[in-house]
Design a binder for this molecule. Structure first.
Ligand code: GSH
Length: 194
């Protein structure tokens, strides 16, 4: 299997960590989505990373790839009703990434094109989601799980792109919980590289 990734993409990072934690045999291929490379467009017409090539077939987006790879052996995702809890947590992590990414795209435009309403909305979304996680931190468990994977990558992405939020000050219990992830080799080996 081949995995198209970018080394700053938090969605790619989720899959890259899962691959390492579960020991799946996958070759990573680095692409630059904003360079509109053919290899990526062929794999994913949406032009986004990550995309997984399984023989002639391509699988995307990152939650679908995670579910596919996780299901190959000893799934983290529990069976039955408990799966929805994990998938919802995964969606929460991805939603934080979406909001931080949207905020960043707003702020790298020329300043006269900034849309403050939209930027503030993303900031508020991120703040609310972090507060929610702080309130449910005791339910999260550790170390990696299907939902925690996305939450940890979201926190890592805030560190990369929105460090001035100082989220650890506002969510100290979550910050403590996060320490065990930061110490993992799979997390360190997938640190974003610009
Ligand atoms: N929902 C998608 C989001 C993927 C995504 O937005 N990836 C970004 C990189 S972080 C990308 O490839 N962007 C290129 C573009 O939007 O054209 C997933 O979870 O895989």
């Amino acid at each position: 299997m081949k995995l198209l990734i970018s080394k700053t993409s938090p969605y790619s990072r989720k899959v890259r960590i899962l691959v390492r934690e579960k020991g799946v045999d996958v070759t990573e291929i680095e692409t630059l989505p904003f360079d509109d490379e053919d290899v990526l467009h062929k794999a994913n017409p949406l032009g986004k990373v990550p995309a997984l090539l399984v023989g002639e077939r391509a699988i995307y987006d990152s939650p679908v790839i995670c579910e596919y790879l996780d299901g190959l052996d000893k799934p983290w995702l529990p069976a039955g009703q408990a799966a929805w809890r994990q998938k919802t947590l995964h969606a929460l992590g991805d939603g934080i990434i979406d909001a931080v990414l949207t905020f960043r795209m707003e702020r790298i435009r020329p300043q006269e094109q900034w849309w403050d309403f939209w930027a503030m909305r993303q900031e508020n979304t991120t703040g609310r989601a972090l507060l929610h996680l702080e309130n449910i931190v005791d339910e999260l468990g550790e170390p990696w799980g299907y939902g925690n994977l996305a939450v940890a990558c979201a926190l890592g992405y805030i560190d990369l792109r929105a460090a001035d939020m100082q989220w650890r000050t506002h969510a100290p219990k979550l910050a403590k919980w996060f320490e065990s992830f930061e110490a993992r080799k799979s997390y360190q080996d997938t640190a974003p590289q610009e």
